[in-house]
Design a protein around this ligand. Sequence first.
Ligand code: G4F
Length: 325
Amino acid sequence: MKRKALISGITGQDGSYLAESLLEKDYEVHGVVRRVAIEDPEHRLWRIKHILGDIELHPASLESYPSIFRLMRAVQPNEVYHLAAQSFVSYSFEDEFSTLNTNINGTHYMLSSVREVASRARFYFAGSSEMIGEANVTPQNELTPFHPRSAYGISKVAGFELTRNYREAYRLHASSGILFNHESPRRGFEFVTRKITSHAAKVKLGLSNELRLGNLDAYRDWCHAGEYVRAMWLMLQQDAPDDYVIATGEAHSVREFLEIAFRYVGLDYQDYVVSDPQLYRPADVTLLRGDSSKARARLGWSYNRSFLDLVREMVDRDLEYYKKA
Ligand code: G4F
């Protein structure tokens, strides 16, 4: 019999890669989606358009416990991947309340319904390096103390602690990935990498002549999202649940990303970038560089792609996209 996976956040970057990878492993893939997404597939389901015939989507809301509970009871998944969240850090400064409500309650509802009606299911929580936030050591690993710098980071710490508590108190097979930044051509346009690559492409094609940005001196450990979903799956294949840092071990600044992307299309970013005070966060995270020795040793996970290739792949895909537009 096929194994069943339920993914919240299936319409997002990570959810779409995860769904593809589980289908390749012959899983029956179910996704939790908001009803509006089903009503507007062109705009909201573009990342999973090519696999819509192979997966089953269920309308439910992470703000409604009964809807999650009923879904969990009906699907009876073997594995649950909880990826859905308000994941844009900047927005969490604009609306702390909805970020905390959606992210904390959503995780709680998922965990509680697994416990109530699918307690043998294995559970994955999408934790974030934003939980580590402003770290006192580099590189950061599973033992680095948390110092989140936004409501988003705080909401992820709460989700992480809930996951750990369900593991310890109710013996759920519940694991968290402490995922560092992960990007791809499927990244949303509001995140800095896609904002840069889409503008490099638009400037090159004569469709734009300005890119407004905030802090260029933040360092992030950027990797390809397609490689991270493998780590999520591996965590749920272990005999015992645990928490793992997933990172490349390399950090690059926003400025480096910008230089590479623009240079790749033969341009100098300094001719186009405008510093916008509105895009600086009230508190930013200075440097994230992860140490994923534990994941490498215990999960056998590895990452071999280069930063340069990631930037180039994103620029290439944006050039194709705007040429067709
Ligand atoms: O691309 P970002 O918005 O990603 P951020 O805040 O690092 O968060 C991402 O990675 C986390 C994992 O560590 C995830 F948990 C989270 O959900 C998300 O996927 O910003 C990256 C850096 C920041 O330092 C920001 O201040 O870029 C800087 N930045 C400078 N100008 C900008 C901009 N970020 C955005 N989004 N837009 C700008 O114009």
